[in-house]
Ligand binder design. Structure first.
Ligand code: THU
Length: 135
């Protein structure tokens, strides 16, 4: 496995360890390899008012924004395992904003970092709407 992917997986698994998921008991971590070569990670952060919870992917994007990253080159998502933790519909749209129309690789791993699924943002959100669609 390429060193870069290994590091990205490790970052997603570590981020999952920081999750605040006391209501769903479904901790998720996400790690983005950005266009600046850096890795930006995030975890889900839940709230007693359930709908206010933030997904791991959205928080990883926020971390990227606070760094020097402007675009997503690859994203790894670490779920609890057993079931493949694919990004929710809202996160697919949020990821697409920074991944471009052509799409980038998405790797889903379990709690131990074992790869469960390799896909792309374009496959997860076909015929997507993005900045280019605005007149
Ligand atoms: N969750 C994520 O962090 N990312 C996803 O794409 C799917 C769902 C979180 C939200 C909530 O805190 C928990 O997983 C259960 O839905």
């Amino acid at each position: 496995m390429a060193i870069e992917l290994k590091q990205l997986i490790e970052a997603a698994v570590a981020a999952r360890g920081r999750a605040y998921a006391k209501y769903s008991n479904h901790p998720v971590g996400a790690a983005i390899l950005a266009d600046d070569g850096n890795i930006y990670a995030g975890c889900n952060v839940e709230n007693a008012a359930y709908p206010l919870s933030f997904c791991a992917e959205a928080n990883a994007i926020g971390t990227m924004m606070m760094g020097q990253g402007k675009a997503i080159r690859h994203i790894v998502i670490a779920g609890p395992g057993e079931h493949v933790c694919t990004p929710c519909g809202g996160c697919r749209q949020q990821i697409r904003e920074f991944a471009g129309k052509a799409g980038v690789p998405v790797t889903i791993v379990d709690r131990d970092g074992t790869v469960l699924l390799e896909t792309t943002t374009a496959e997860l959100l076909p015929h997507s709407f993005g900045p280019e669609n605005l007149s």
